[in-house]
Write a protein that binds this ligand. Structure first.
Ligand SMILES: [Zn+2]
Ligand SMILES: [Zn+2]
Length: 340
């Protein structure tokens, strides 16, 4: 079968013919119908991110939806022909975090497209516990991007920030994750304020029904947010940019008891006087990936059309290296999905 293989940082991706995976009695073979082409792959290519276990080469692609081709004898809840989306966190299923349903924090985590073969191929093998059944109402292309584009902000806003109806949220950065966070927050019944430096993105936020938009290039962003919230500040701020200035603005926009959730990679440092944490009883919270239950919830939200990730283009497997090149040069708008 055809697969897009990663050999390490600063080496080109290769499109190769590899053997179709053979499954054991615990495994499931999935015929890939759609695989999201994610910005994270660029971190592998430039060496910012290196697979922390396993051996190279591997097949990249961590956003995968498809149809079950074959199941092992011990597989109970899935059968040939089932439509599925794959949780790319192939957790051990046994450690203390897995037992608590926090597969994202598993002590022995493998990840499809990170440490083991992913979805830039005609087939991928996995295990039952990574699979979520996909209702027919959700097309494969949208399903593929659900885990990464929606799952992570869903985890951040629900499990981590515990955002409630009637509360206010500030979204720092209105890209793919920002628009997903917007849909999730509106579904939860929150008021949403958006900060971005792009006028087009702010216009989009307004059209989607934002309760307020703030131009991030202006000084005193946090004062503007305080003004928009009647002097109170926001209950939750979601950090999707990670620059020193955006982080300070977000933290300083919080209402008392406000929660500041940080998602994604940042190199800048956040400097805070501990006293400023104490006086408002603020919380700073990290959020990584998503749990299996989060993915089940997100698929259900997509079925009900409460959230709908935007896919701008579909390509073939052998076009992936070129798409990633274009993404690096910021020539790609929206999400691209590969269909083997
Ligand atoms: Zn991704
Ligand atoms: Zn585990």
């Amino acid at each position: 079968m055809k697969a897009v293989r990663y050999y390490g940082p600063n080496k080109p991706l290769k499109i190769e013919d590899v053997e179709k995976p053979k499954i054991t009695e615990d495994e499931v073979l999935v015929k890939v119908k759609a695989a999201g082409v994610c910005h994270t792959d660029l971190h592998f290519l430039d060496g910012t991110l290196v697979p922390w276990k396993g051996t190279l080469p591997i097949t990249l692609g961590h956003e995968i939806a498809g149809e079950i081709e074959e199941v092992g004898k011990k597989v109970k809840n899935f059968k040939k022909g089932d439509r599925v989306v794959i949780n790319n966190n192939k957790s051990c299923g046994k450690c203390e975090y897995c037992k608590r349903g926090m597969q994202n924090l598993c002590n022995d985590l493998d990840q499809h497209g990170f440490t083991i073969d992913g979805g830039y191929a005609e087939y991928v093998k996995t295990v039952e516990r990574t699979l979520v059944k996909l209702p027919k109402e959700v097309p494969f292309e949208k399903a593929a991007v659900l885990p990464c584009a929606v799952g992570s902000v869903y985890h951040g806003l629900t499990d981590q920030a515990k955002l409630e109806a009637g509360e206010s949220l500030l979204i720092n950065g209105f890209g793919g994750l920002g628009t997903s966070a917007f849909q999730v927050a509106k579904h939860l019944g929150a008021k949403v304020f958006v900060v971005d430096v792009s006028k087009e993105k702010l216009k989009m936020a307004e059209e989607m029904g934002a309760d307020g938009v703030i131009d991030g290039t202006k000084p005193n962003v946090n004062e503007e947010i305080k003004r928009m919230t009647g002097g109170k500040g926001v209950n939750v701020a979601l950090e999707l940019v990670g620059l020193k200035k955006t982080m300070e603005n977000a933290f300083n926009s919080l209402a008392k008891m406000g929660r500041y959730v940080i998602i994604g990679y940042t190199k800048d440092l956040l400097e805070i006087n501990p006293l400023s944490l104490v006086v408002g009883e603020f919380r700073i919270i990290g959020s990584v990936s998503y749990t299996h239950q989060n993915l089940i919830d997100v698929v259900e939200l997509a079925r009900k059309k409460k959230i709908s990730p935007v896919v701008s283009k579909t390509v073939k497997l052998d076009e992936i290296p070129e798409v990633l090149n274009q993404m690096k040069e910021k020539k790609v708008v929206g999400r691209v999905v590969a269909k083997p």
